[in-house]
Design a protein around this ligand. Structure first.
Ligand code: ATP
Ligand code: MG
Length: 439
């Protein structure tokens, strides 16, 4: 069978999927089926020598395809969920994406990287996380593994942020990269970072250092604008770092970077043209980087099909102005039940797995992130929703009364905070400028 090569091609075989016979298929076609999740090692292949149907895993020549696929699956991916505008749903989407990916038996860790207002734990109904980054940075716990908390969801762990400003309020770029590398040491397939709002370098650097950047925005013009600006700042920051030792190129980037805030007065083509005049190689680098950079985009709180198209407009603008292909991986509908679940401190996909929002999130995971298309995508979406329904049955109630203290995370202001009965997001971050001025 596959051992026989005819030039560059291999001989072909028949396979059976759900009692349907397909073929003859060559190795590449079978690999495509495996990658799309349509063919597994337990499915049947017709073995010509013995003239019988046998499980694919029994055929030596096919085994390597499955091994390669498993290796790809185990590849650790750090996703950073950001996007500039506050309150657009970064935190609750990070939690729900994590829960959805965990239904695939992937090991998932969600990480609260909002240095200003940690609240990922509350969105999971965990009110008093035993350990947080506070313990890590104050060396009370040595490894990130030690502050990785179990959650009520199988295969999902949480690293909780510390509220208030960390001692590491303004970490250096290298510290942020080291932090992401430390995260990669965790025993997990997916690591999702919930970033804070804004386009400060603290947020942008995490976005750039991760393997995949996910932009979250609502379809409102102000949110779209802020997200676009976030992307622009991220790209410029990346270029500044790349050319920090090339004074001539850096001065051109600087000129473009400090254009009037909120206004896109140039295109990347303009910048590349100027750079090309003095440094061909640098211009080529920039073109190449932009060509390979594919941040993803999620539209949240979508009200209508017209609003869904805002994602496409964003893509077009990013392509035309920034020369970047943004991958618009899907949207989540506006859904009152999400607000209710937030008040009950339950992730919305588990509070109401039948809701519109839960269904759109399941589609986003299967089609947008895991790229299962067509019939397989549909089947997978249903499987994820069924899994969520099963998980939702035993999900513990957070049991919070209005009067309860829920700001329970040890932070640098602990014991000296008027807001401890406060809520989430921690209001202390709004006071940061005051603290800085006084201190
Ligand atoms: N799909 C949705 N439908 C309805 N309401 C939603 C939806 N998504 C988010 N929300 C509302 O938006 C609020 C803000 O969500 P979330 O805290 O995740 O935003 P955020 O982007 O993390 O904010 P911040 O920038 O302050 O960290 C939620 O508490 C919820 O009430
Ligand atoms: Mg948040």
């Amino acid at each position: 069978m596959f051992a026989k090569y005819e030039g560059a091609t291999m001989s072909e075989v028949f396979v059976k999927i759900n009692n349907r016979q397909l073929g003859p298929l060559n190795r590449r076609e079978i690999k495509n089926l495996v990658v799309n999740g349509e063919f597994s090692q337990d499915d049947l292949v017709y073995h010509e020598d013995s003239q019988e149907w046998v499980e694919a895993k029994q055929i030596d020549e096919l085994r390597t395809i499955f091994i390669q696929d498993e290796q790809q699956e185990r590849r650790k991916t750090v996703y950073a969920v950001g996007g500039g505008k506050g309150g657009v749903g970064k935190t609750i989407l990070t939690a729900s994406l994590g829960i959805g990916l965990a239904t695939y038996d992937h090991e998932v860790v969600i990480v609260d990287a909002d240095l200003g207002g940690a609240n990922l734990h509350t969105s999971m109904g965990i009110l008093e996380p035993e350990y947080t980054f506070y313990h890590f940075y104050t060396l009370q716990r040595e490894n990130l593994d030690d502050i990785c908390l179990e959650t009520p969801v199988s295969n999902l762990k949480l690293i909780s942020g510390a509220c208030g400003t960390l001692g590491l309020a303004n970490p250096r770029y290298s510290q942020k990269v080291r932090f992401i590398n430390q995260l990669r040491q965790l025993n997990a397939d997916y690591i999702l970072l919930d970033l804070g709002a804004g386009s400060s370098y603290n947020v942008i650097d995490f976005f750039l250092a991760a393997d995949e950047g996910v932009l979250v925005t609502t379809p409102e013009p102000t949110a779209i604008q802020e997200t676009f600006n976030f992307l622009k700042v991220a790209i410029m920051r990346r270029l500044v770092r790349e050319f920090r030792k090339n004074v001539a190129v850096l001065s051109i980037i600087d000129q473009y970077m400090y254009s009037e805030p909120g206004r896109m007065q140039f295109t990347m083509d303009d910048l590349i043209k100027d750079v090309k005049e003095i440094d061909d190689e640098a211009a080529y680098y920039i073109e190449n980087f932009l060509g390979k950079y594919h941040p993803r985009l999620i539209l949240n709180m979508v009200h209508s099909s017209k609003e869904i198209r805002e994602g496409d407009s964003f893509r077009t603008a990013a392509h035309d102005i920034l020369n970047v292909d943004v991958d618009y991986i899907g949207f989540v509908e506006y859904d009152e039940s999400v607000r209710k679940s937030v008040k009950e401190l339950k992730p919305f996909v588990l509070d109401n797995p039948r809701s519109k929002a839960a269904k759109s999130l399941a589609r986003l995971i299967t089609v947008g992130i895991l790229q299962k298309s067509g019939w397989v995508g549909y089947k997978e979406k249903r499987r994820v929703l069924q899994h969520l329904k099963a998980e939702s049955v035993d999900y513990p109630e957070a049991n919070v009364r209005e009067s309860d203290t829920i700001c329970s995370v040890n932070c640098f202001y602990w014991g000296d905070c008027d807001y401890q009965e406060g809520g989430y997001p921690c209001p202390i971050r709004n006071l940061d400028p005051i603290f800085k001025r006084n201190g």
